[in-house]
Design a protein. Structure first.
Length: 329
């Protein structure tokens, strides 16, 4: 039986144009679950990770606006809450879809912690925007009152930024591995995991955000899965995306994709982290990555859709790729 880690994008639960109501998220969770269950029917043993950007932003906003009535919550606690929320939606949807397919597969959602380094340079240089936009006056008040780092978005206002450090360890790895080996469908590492710092035998949560795809690549590598699937909002990875010369990548080697990555084809706030995470997984010994939208996930895994990336040699513009360049170190 082949194994796979599926990193479900945040758009799979809250789609463009939606407000993010629980009713909307239920509908989207059911659709996502249907695609995942089809892969189980096809014989895959799975672990599922997911984004939590909109949900954790909503948690922070609720906490802020209710601060005069109940104690506020820190970002790490909001991340834990969103893991529980999304885990509930996905686990129930998956359980129902599995039952409808007459598949006896238990499902569990694990609140997952991810270790980061206290001396990671990112901890001193916050860059990840979170939460709503504020006016200049609102932003200055929050900077004074809570010590937030604030950046300006010229088009939309001011926003809080937090560090986005590198994930170095999945705390619950052995539990996830054990459950997976016993045939359990595991939902883990939501939103990249709750960022924690290890000091001796103690773990301490920190106010940061870990990139979901980087944490998923780390977990996929440590579980030694056969395939790493990244679900996003477009069916392929494209070169010159949304330009006249746009073209899709279907089958590409890591070395070829690395050259396109270095050439700047994949923006940091969009496809960049997904491509980078794919290359990390393959560099660590992984065999294959597929990137596609969740609507085409089943077809992509079967080789009929999506961008497939492998560790073997490839070609660039008809010539053999001559270099292998590391990503993220």
């Amino acid at each position: 039986m082949r194994s796979m880690l599926i990193a479900v994008g945040g758009n799979s639960l809250i789609r463009a144009g939606e407000t993010g109501t629980i009713a909307e998220q239920w509908v989207n969770a059911r659709r996502t679950a249907g695609a995942i269950v089809q892969l189980i029917r096809d014989g895959y043993r799975l672990v599922v990770t997911h984004g939590n950007g909109p949900q954790v932003g909503a948690q922070l906003l609720r906490s802020e606006r209710a601060a005069d009535q109940v104690p506020g919550q820190t970002l790490d606690v909001c991340g834990a809450s969103s893991q529980g929320e999304i885990g509930y939606l996905l686990s129930q949807s998956l359980g129902d879809e599995l039952a409808a397919a007459s598949l006896n597969v238990p499902v569990v959602s694990i609140v997952t912690q991810t270790v980061v380094q206290a001396d990671d340079p990112a901890m001193k240089h916050p860059t990840k925007p979170i939460g709503p936009f504020y006016s200049r006056e609102q932003a200055e008040e929050r900077r004074r009152h809570w010590g937030w780092e604030i950046v300006e978005d010229a088009a939309r206002g001011y926003r809080r930024v937090v560090p986005s450090p590198e994930p170095v360890e999945i705390v619950e790895l052995s539990v996830i591995r054990s459950l997976m080996s016993h045939g359990v469908l595991v939902i883990a590492c939501g939103g990249g995991g709750i960022p924690v710092i290890r000091r001796g035998n103690q773990l301490t949560g920190v106010e940061a955000v870990i990139d979901k795809d980087r944490a998923s690549a780390l977990l996929a590598s440590q579980l030694c899965v056969d395939m790493f699937a990244i679900s996003t909002d477009i069916p392929f990875v494209y070169l010159d995306y949304k330009k006249a010369a746009q073209r899709k990548l279907e089958n590409v080697s890591a070395s070829e994709l690395e050259i396109h990555y270095r050439a700047g084809h994949f923006p940091p706030g969009n496809m960049g982290p997904k491509v980078e995470s794919a290359l990390r997984f393959l560099k660590a010994g992984g065999k294959e990555v597929v990137i596609t939208s969740y609507e085409y996930l089943t077809e992509a895994v079967a080789g009929r859709m999506g961008t497939h990336i492998t560790a073997g040699p490839g070609t660039v513009s008809g010539k053999t790729a001559e270099r292998e360049v590391s990503v993220g170190g």
